[in-house]
Design a protein around this ligand. Structure first.
Ligand SMILES: Cc1ncc(COP(=O)(O)O)c(C=O)c1O
Length: 409
């Protein structure tokens, strides 16, 4: 293998990866149909309800409510589950800001806990240890599409009478023992933001099987209205979280295309797991055998910096030089300014009494994942086998040249 590209050598890859988002004539036609129908909002519309039915069937749940985005999906799910002032919600510390911020938006308290070092998902033992008299719910994120340990989480939540909310923003198409994620806890939430596995630019969905909870979700997402009642009756303090018909139209096409994309990502990721595991110091995200399909919002590997011979950031820079696109790991939530500084929640919350001392939490696995993981965007899994073999080759190359990347002294 020649010189590293960042040292003047030839990059492993010069071709681009498949474009994201993907679209076709189908989206164009459906969007034009919406335009010409003159009916652009979901109230009395057809595309959003059609997408809701299709996405409910895809996830094997009784109902789906399409909303504005994935953050609002969590917020509405929490409201519908009856969460409010002073309640504690256990949330993983290794996630996007929104999983925890949504808890604050309903005036509840996020209690951040550590992760499993293999899957990077919430650690059920840490959940159990964090339960107090005020705990009412758990938000489990399926990181990079790998399901959190749903067997243990369901058992813990049943035993302590807690609502289990599955944040499936990374996990469209993920299954646990062949059952779609989102259908296993009380409620599942999805995001359709542009980088996600299905997208309408923005968008979200809540999937639910319990009909009473489903009705509450629909009401909170639509200004507290109830189906069949007068338009100006508002029975609860809900908001306008409605998706538009434009988004519904695009998502119908995205869903049609999804199963083939998901198959390709899974096949390529499993191949890449085997290849990368051969390189000293490179540890692909663990895949539990109960994970029967992984949505792969991104592909994550942990770098053991000692063993690999270079830091995560040096490795990342060298891989980008080799023509491999890279995403970025989340920082640990408790280190974010909003959580770690005194007025980080102002003006919504000025008095921090009763909140955890976020800045001083000891969550070593979450910190380690934030510091040592490489995140590849899902596009690297979407092409032919060469797409992933280039990733493997670039990683081998960087590994062999790792000593050159080290800081002198
Ligand atoms: C794990 C997780 N939860 C929630 C969200 C929020 O979704 P949105 O950006 O659609 O509000 C995101 C992504 O953006 C996410 O990655």
């Amino acid at each position: 293998m020649g010189e590293l590209a960042i040292a003047g050598g030839k990059p492993v890859r010069s071709d681009s990866y498949p474009r994201w988002p993907e679209w076709s004539e189908q989206e164009r036609e459906r969007l034009l149909e919406v335009l010409e129908s003159g009916h652009w909002w979901a109230t009395g519309g057809t595309r959003v309800p059609e997408f809701e039915r299709a996405f409910a069937a895809f996830n094997n749940v009784g109902d789906c409510v399409a909303v504005t985005n994935g953050t609002h999906a969590i917020e509405v799910a929490l409201m519908a589950a009856g969460l409010g002032e002073g309640d504690e919600v256990i949330v993983t510390d290794y996630t996007f800001f929104a999983s925890a911020a949504a808890v604050l938006f309903v005036n509840a308290i996020p209690v951040l806990v550590d992760i499993d070092p293999g899957t990077f998902c919430i650690d059920p033992a840490a959940v159990e240890a964090a339960i107090t008299k005020r705990t009412r719910a758990v938000v489990a994120v399926h990181v990079a599409g790998h399901p959190a340990d749903l067997d243990r989480l369901v058992e813990i939540c049943r035993r302590h009478d807690l609502a289990l909310i599955e944040d499936c923003a990374h996990a469209h198409g993920s299954t646990w023992k062949d059952v779609p994620v989102g259908s296993i806890g009380d409620v599942g939430t999805f995001s359709f933001q542009e980088s996600k596995l299905m997208t309408a630019g923005e968008g979200g969905a809540i999937v639910v099987s319990d009909p009473i909870l489903g009705e509450r979700v629909r009401s909170f997402a639509d200004c507290g209205r109830l189906p069949g009642e007068w338009f100006y009756s508002h029975y609860a303090l809900g908001g306008n979280y409605r998706m538009t018909e434009w988004q519904g139209a695009v998502l119908l096409s995205q869903l049609d295309r999804f199963p083939d994309q998901n198959r390709a990502r899974n096949e390529n990721a499993l191949w890449l797991n085997d290849e990368l595991a051969r390189i000293p110091g490179v540890y692909p995200q663990a895949r539990d055998e109960r994970c029967t399909s992984q949505g792969y919002y991104c592909y994550i590997v942990r770098i053991d910096e000692e063993e690999f011979g270079a830091t995560r950031d040096q490795t990342r820079k060298a891989l980008i030089g080799e023509g491999i696109p890279m995403a970025m790991s989340y920082p640990a939530v408790h280190t974010l300014d909003a959580f770690a500084t005194v007025d980080g929640f102002a003006p919504r919350l000025r008095n921090r009494s009763g909140l955890p001392d976020y800045a001083n939490l000891d969550l070593p696995e979450s910190m380690k994942a934030a510091r040592t993981t490489l995140w590849f965007p899902h596009q690297v899994l979407m092409g032919d086998r060469r797409g992933v073999s280039d990733v493997a080759e670039a990683m081998h190359k960087v590994s062999q040249h790792a000593h050159e990347l080290r800081d002198p002294g």
